[in-house]
Ligand binder design. Structure first.
Ligand SMILES: Cc1cc2nc3c(=O)[nH]c(=O)nc-3n(C[C@H](O)[C@H](O)[C@H](O)COP(=O)(O)OP(=O)(O)OC[C@H]3O[C@@H](n4cnc5c(N)ncnc54)[C@H](O)[C@@H]3O)c2cc1C
Ligand code: SF4
Length: 451
């Protein structure tokens, strides 16, 4: 294997304060009222609107856009929240280019969709800047208690919908802060100004939800105990584990899990304190791979390469995300899989990649290799459920392919336990899909508690 002799170059403070501020500024700054009205006027307010059908939470898009065009952003936000109480975050992070905007008739006809995501943000930001509570009031107390475990988008959406119905919710989370990947995962330039935490406060303002932070299922709390204490349980624990590459030298300094590093970045008070390699290689092809690659560049890494084992059209990251990576100077190397990690004096110094090809659907290494020098290697090859947290004295819900099995109502194999978001089988691993799962489960739990 080729050895790299250069000493690892990993350093904090590669940029000036102004450069950090510019690099991590809002990706899509808020439209002003005039821009919002002009954009809203581009909408045809289609009957059977295809954009609405493409929205996983079925937001009435023509209706909320019409409300913006008639000067009623508060009503518009209410239309959005009726279907998606995390409409503010979804406006920032939804891959609209593959959802509503891809289906917009103006995209189909002229390749220029109505900017639905930005209009949604305009309405919801207006609402949150002029109100400090959700626009709903709770129904009469039901005396039913529900435990929601995991305060990410799925758990928050479920807890809010159940609280509206009058149930009392204990919202558990292993971390000290709620928000899940909205707080710890989403790229920093998509969610600026502490928006994730502000949205959590907004959701909790409904009342009836008690946040129990720092309570980990499997350690501090156990499913069997929760089942004996509550009328229903909703599991929304996301994916707490990460896949490894399975290579020698993986434990050496400089080889990092992308999600752990992003979480540190999202919580950093001062970005100049974060060490980043001069030469960075990212292994993966999804949103996490793109996010860590782009953010490494924005932290001042000079040479960043995403290595993906198949063709670019097979990457899970959308075309828009791939384009974002490339316009930020990230190289995308396709048909290349990790074969070996080169280390020197206990630190990573390079990565050996083997060329791949697909034959009859099966991916095979060709034997041809290339070694890239690297001061940091980020693993972004998928997250996994940690099923051990569900084990305990009582039965655990059925798991298949490493995820919790649920039916159409998001009910698990246990009668009083529902689940949703990334931790369930068949999910899309998107914020908006997690919100929809939370909504569907809340409706089913409410029906069960009302029977
Ligand atoms: C780096 C990255 C970037 C992403 N970018 C985007 C994007 O731009 N757009 C998009 O739509 N989607 C994006 N996603 C996907 C999106 O963030 C997830 O699909 C979504 O957050 C899933 O929501 P969830 O509620 O199921 O889980 P999570 O958001 O993961 O929340 C799970 C919660 O459960 C808690 N928890 C875990 N284990 C336990 C336990 N044992 N006990 C108690 N609590 C526990 C966690 O602390 C966490 O708060 C991204 C994902 C990653 C990793
Ligand atoms: S498809 Fe486009 S034009 Fe039609 S209602 Fe939706 S946003 Fe408006």
């Amino acid at each position: 294997m080729t050895q790299s002799n250069a000493a690892p170059d990993v350093a904090a403070g590669r940029l000036s304060d102004e450069e950090y501020a510019r690099n991590f500024a809002d990706l899509h700054p808020l439209l002003d009222p005039h821009e919002a009205r002009v954009e809203a006027d581009r909408c045809y307010f289609c009957h059977d609107a295809p954009c609405m059908q493409a929205c996983p939470t079925s937001i009435d898009i023509p209706q909320f856009i019409r409300q913006i065009s008639t000067g009623n952003p508060t009503g518009s936000a209410k239309t959005i929240y009726d279907q998606n109480i995390l409409g503010g975050m979804c406006a920032r992070v939804c891959p609209t280019e593959t959802l509503c905007e891809q289906s917009c008739v103006r995209e189909v006809a002229e390749g220029k969709p109505v900017k639905i995501g930005q209009l949604q943000r305009y309405a919801t930001d207006h609402y949150m800047s002029t109100n400090d509570k959700t626009p709903y009031t709770r129904k009469a107390a039901s005396s039913k208690r529900v435990a929601v475990v995991g305060a990410g988008p799925a758990g928050l959406a479920c807890a809010h919908a159940l609280a509206v119905e009058g149930h009392d919710i204990d919202l558990y989370d292993a971390r000290a802060k709620a928000g899940g990947l909205n707080e710890f995962g989403i790229a920093a330039y998509k969610s600026v100004d502490n928006f994730a935490a502000r949205e959590v406060d907004f959701i909790l303002s409904i009342g009836g939800i008690t946040l129990k932070a720092g309570q980990k299922l499997g350690t501090d709390i156990h499913l069997a105990d929760l089942r004996s204490q509550y009328d229903a349980i909703f599991l929304s624990i996301g994916l707490g584990g990460v896949n490894d590459l399975g290579l020698e030298n993986e434990a050496k300094d400089g080889v990092l899990n992308a999600v752990d590093y992003i979480s540190e970045l999202r919580q950093a008070k001062d970005l100049s304190s974060l060490p980043v390699g001069k030469r960075v290689v990212v292994i993966g092809g999804g949103m996490t791979a793109v996010d860590i690659a782009v953010q490494s560049r924005l932290l001042g890494a000079e040479d960043v390469t995403i290595a993906y084992r198949r063709g670019q059209d097979r990457m899970n990251a959308s075309e828009y995300e791939q384009h974002l990576a490339q316009t930020n100077g990230v190289k995308i190397l396709t048909w290349a899989q990790p074969k070996g990690l080169v280390a020197q004096n206990g630190h990573i110094s390079g990565i050996e990649l083997e060329k791949t090809r697909e034959t009859g659907g099966a991916l095979k290494g060709t034997g041809e290799t290339v070694t890239l020098p690297a001061d940091m290697v980020f693993k972004a090859v998928g997250q996994t459920l940690v099923p051990a947290v569900l084990n305990g004295s009582g039965p655990a819900p059925q798991i298949e392919k490493g995820r919790i099995v649920v039916d159409a109502d998001r009910k698990t194999s246990l009668d009083d336990v529902w689940a949703g978001g990334d931790c369930v089988l068949g999910g899309e691993d998107l914020t908006v899909a997690a919100v929809e799962d939370g909504k569907i489960a809340a409706a089913a739990i409410h029906r069960a508690l009302s029977a």
